[in-house]
Design a protein around this ligand. Structure first.
Ligand code: NAP
Ligand code: G4F
Length: 325
C-alpha cells in the first residue's frame, strides 16, 4: 500500500514541527503549508526539512487553499495554523478572527470543494474556549466562555468544524488541547519566557525577568505527547471531539520557582511584576479532564510538570552556552 499523505498547516510552529516528525516516523508522506515571508522561519523543522514537501499558501487566500488540497491530495489534514498568541489578539482582533476563525472555514471549504468526504480533518481547538470556566475540571461537555478575541475565534473554529461534520459528513475532529509546551515553544509564551530568562540569568546574560499575572493557573503538558493525540483522533472509526490535558494545574509562580530552582537561583530575587503585562481580561484557571481521550484513544500524557520545566530550562541552558553577555 502507498504511504498515507498528510498535510499540516502551521508546520513551522511548535506543534507543526513535533507533528511532522511524528508522522514521518509513522511512514507518512508529509506536506507542509507555509506562508510567504521575506525571511524563512524554518528553524523548528530544519532537521527534517529535506523529508518534507513544503507549499506556499495562506489561510487568508481561499484559492491558494483549494490549489493546495488539489495538488497534495491528502488523506489527513491537520489545521494547526493560527494567530496563536492571546495578547496579540487584543491588539489585532480582526486579523485574529480572519486567521484563527474564518481560516478554518476556508480550509473546510477547500476540502469540501476538492476532496469530497474522503479527507480526514483535524482542527486545533483550545482550552482558551473555556475562558471564565463554568466547572472544574473542564470536559467536552463544559460550556465555553472565551475571554479574548483569540478564544472567541477558536470557539468559532470549533463550531464550524462540528457543523461541517454534521452538515456534509466530513470526517472532522476537534482537539480541545490545553496548554502544551516544549523547548520549541515561542519565546513570548510564559513558560518559554521563564525558562529562557532563568538560563540567561544563570549565564549572566540578563538580570531581571518581567512577568504579568503570577497567579494564573494552567494545565501544562508536553507538546510531543499532545501531537500523538491529534493523530489518534484521525485513526478512529468515527470523528469526534476530545479534551487533551494532564488533569493537573499549576500557577505561573510555581513554574518560575521550579525553573529558577533548576539553575540554583532564587526566583524572588529576579522576577519583577509589570502591570503592563496584565491582559484586558485574563483566563485565571484551566484544568482539563482527558478521560474520554484515555478511554477511546488510549492516550495518556507521559511527561510530568517538573519534567517539563527541567526539559525546557536545560534546553535553554544549552542554547546559552558560549553566548556573549
Ligand atoms: P505557533 O507555534 O504559534 O504556530 C502557528 C503556526 O501558524 C506557524 O507555523 C505560523 O506560521 C502559522 N500561521 C499563522 N498565520 C498563518 C496564515 N495566515 N497562513 C498560514 N500559516 C499561518 O502555534 P502552536 O503552539 O504550534 O499551536 C498550533 C495550533 O494549536 C494553533 O492553532 C494554536 O492556536 C493551537 N493551540 C495551541 C496550544 C498550545 O498550548 N500550544 C493549545 C491549544 C491550541 P509562521 O511561522 O509563518 O508564523
Ligand atoms: O503562556 P501564555 O501566553 O498562554 P495562554 O494565554 O494560556 O495561551 C496559550 O495556551 C492556549 C491554550 O489554553 C492556546 F490556545 C494559545 O494558543 C496559547 O498557546 O499565558 C499563560 C498565562 C496567562 O494567564 C498570562 O496572563 O500566563 C500569564 N502570564 C503572566 N506573565 C504571562 C506573563 N503570559 C505571557 N505570555 N507573558 C508574561 O510575561
Amino acid at each position: 500500500m502507498a504511504n498515507p499523505i498528510a498535510l499540516i498547516t502551521g508546520v513551522t510552529g511548535q506543534d507543526g514541527a513535533y507533528l511532522a516528525k511524528f508522522l514521518l516516523e509513522q511512514g507518512y508522506q508529509v506536506h507542509g503549508m507555509v506562508r510567504r515571508s521575506s525571511t524563512e522561519s524554518f528553524e523548528r523543522i530544519a532537521d527534517v526539512r529535506d523529508q518534507l514537501h513544503l507549499h506556499q499558501a495562506d489561510l487568508l487566500d481561499q484559492l491558494s487553499l483549494v490549489r493546495l488540497i488539489d495538488e497534495t491530495q491528502p488523506n489527513e489534514v491537520y489545521n494547526l495554523a493560527a494567530q496563536s498568541f492571546v495578547p496579540t489578539s487584543f491588539e489585532q482582533p480582526l486579523l485574529t478572527g480572519e486567521f484563527t476563525g474564518l481560516g478554518v472555514t476556508r480550509m473546510l471549504e477547500a476540502i469540501r470543494q476538492v476532496g469530497g468526504n474522503g479527507i480526514r480533518f483535524y482542527q486545533a481547538s483550545s482550552s482558551e474556549m473555556f475562558g471564565s470556566v463554568r466547572e472544574e475540571p473542564q470536559t467536552e461537555a463544559t460550556p465555553f466562555w472565551p475571554r479574548s478575541p483569540y478564544g472567541v475565534a477558536k470557539t468559532y473554529g470549533h463550531w464550524i468544524t462540528v457543523n461541517y461534520r454534521e452538515s456534509y459528513g466530513i470526517f472532522a475532529c476537534s482537539g480541545i488541547l490545553f496548554n502544551h509546551e516544549s523547548p520549541l515553544r515561542g519565546k513570548e509564551f510564559v513558560t518559554r519566557k521563564i525558562a529562557l530568562a532563568a538560563a540567561r540569568i544563570k549565564h549572566g546574560l540578563q538580570d531581571e525577568l518581567q512577568l504579568g499575572n503570577l497567579d494564573a493557573q494552567r494545565d501544562w503538558g508536553f507538546a510531543g505527547d499532545y501531537v500523538k493525540a491529534m493523530w489518534l483522533m484521525l485513526q478512529q472509526d468515527e470523528p469526534d471531539d476530545y479534551v487533551v490535558a494532564t488533569g493537573r494545574k499549576h500557577s505561573v509562580r510555581e513554574f518560575a520557582e521550579l525553573a529558577f530552582d533548576r539553575v540554583g537561583l532564587d526566583w524572588t530575587k529576579h522576577v519583577v511584576v509589570d502591570a503592563e503585562l496584565y491582559r484586558p481580561a485574563d483566563v485565571h484557571t484551566l484544568c482539563g479532564d482527558a478521560g474520554k481521550a484515555q478511554r477511546v484513544l488510549g492516550w495518556r500524557p507521559q511527561v510530568s510538570f517538573p519534567e517539563l520545566v527541567a526539559l525546557m530550562v536545560d534546553a535553554d541552558l544549552a542554547r546559552c552556552q558560549g553566548a556573549q553577555p
